[in-house]
Design a protein around this ligand. Structure first.
Ligand SMILES: [Zn+2]
Length: 311
């Protein structure tokens, strides 16, 4: 039995797990993400060593485009500026084989090998969180593109001259279906006098942000603004997914992230209907499934990539 370390390097926490070759997480730990790449490398090295001597290799999912083990940009990691040769720096410190992958791609690989995407060779992973991430498996292999930036479903345009996206472009999927954008839309509409109880629900729950729980409560109450903004998010996600399916002839879409975990099959059914509205082959068999590994998708996927690299 071979065990490897899977690492999910996030903006807030680094999650690390010891994963066996059946993709079971046998031990895991979480530490806050320190500021800057040097201290992040030190934190990962310490966490890998704490897992014990059985670690044969390390896989890391990082939030940004990754090319040949180099993290090109990582705006969500505190204190990361220029590109960072993360795989090489970890190899030098640990003396172990190291693979580094974009986190959305790693999550998609996790679901493909051990979760809701098993059995598909043409898979899109969609991560609905603060932003919208995406990852691709094509012809049975993770697809990274020319520079490691493939799968950016969140920045597929779905409306010309549409809403401003956090990336600087207009009309992106994320500008409608990312939780940060949805919250901005709600706040602006509330300020403009649209009736909604969403901000009150958040305040009563002691939440600064409109969390998945707040959305769930508002939708259960048929809050008119929540219903409208959520419907637009589903429509935008469906249009973006349909663009990917029409372009790439995919057979499976796995939806993950906080909103998906909260809404489950209710959400997948609506997203599938919104996708079908734009499919060239209307009766094409297409499966939209909820991610099965929860927060572990990225960690397990990174570990799977490290196992594959061992041969
Ligand atoms: Zn964008």
């Amino acid at each position: 039995m071979t065990s490897v370390a899977g690492v999910d390097l996030g903006g807030t926490n680094i999650t690390i797990g010891l994963v066996d070759d059946d993709f079971r997480v046998v031990d895991d730990a979480k530490v806050p993400t320190p500021r800057g790449p040097g201290r992040a490398v030190d934190a990962i090295v310490a966490a890998v060593r704490a897992l014990g001597a059985d670690v044969a290799a390390v896989g890391v999912g990082a939030p940004g485009p990754v090319s040949d083990g180099v993290v090109l940009t990582a705006p969500n990691l505190p204190g990361w500026g220029d590109s960072v040769p993360l795989a090489q720096r970890l190899r030098d410190s640990l003396g172990l084989p190291v693979e580094v992958e974009n986190d959305a791609t790693a999550g998609t690989v996790g679901e493909w090998r051990a979760g809701a995407g098993r059995g598909s060779d043409h898979l899109l992973g969609v991560w609905l969180g603060t932003g919208v991430g995406g990852g691709l498996v094509l012809d049975g292999r993770p697809y990274r593109g020319a520079s490691g930036a493939a799968g950016e479903l969140g920045h597929v345009p779905v409306r010309l001259d549409g809403a401003q996206c956090g990336c600087g472009l207009r009309g992106c999927v994320e500008a409608y279906a990312g939780r940060a954008s949805m919250e901005r839309t709600v706040r602006l509409a509330a300020e403009a006098g649209r009736p909604t109880a969403m901000l009150d629900i958040a305040a009563a729950a002691g939440k600064q942000r409109l969390t998945a729980k707040v959305w769930s409560r508002a939708l259960d109450d048929d809050d008119p603004l929540a219903v409208a903004v959520f419907a637009e998010a589903v429509a935008a996600a469906g249009a973006g997914i349909a663009a990917a399916v029409n372009l790439l002839d995919l057979d499976t879409v796995v939806l993950g992230g906080g909103l998906t975990e909260r809404f489950g099959k209710r959400l997948t059914g609506r997203v599938l209907a919104a996708t079908r509205a734009h499919l060239l082959v209307a009766d094409k068999p297409l499966r939209v499934a909820v991610a099965e590994l929860g927060d572990d998708s990225g960690m397990v996927g990174a570990a799977a990539l490290a196992l594959d690299a061992l041969g």
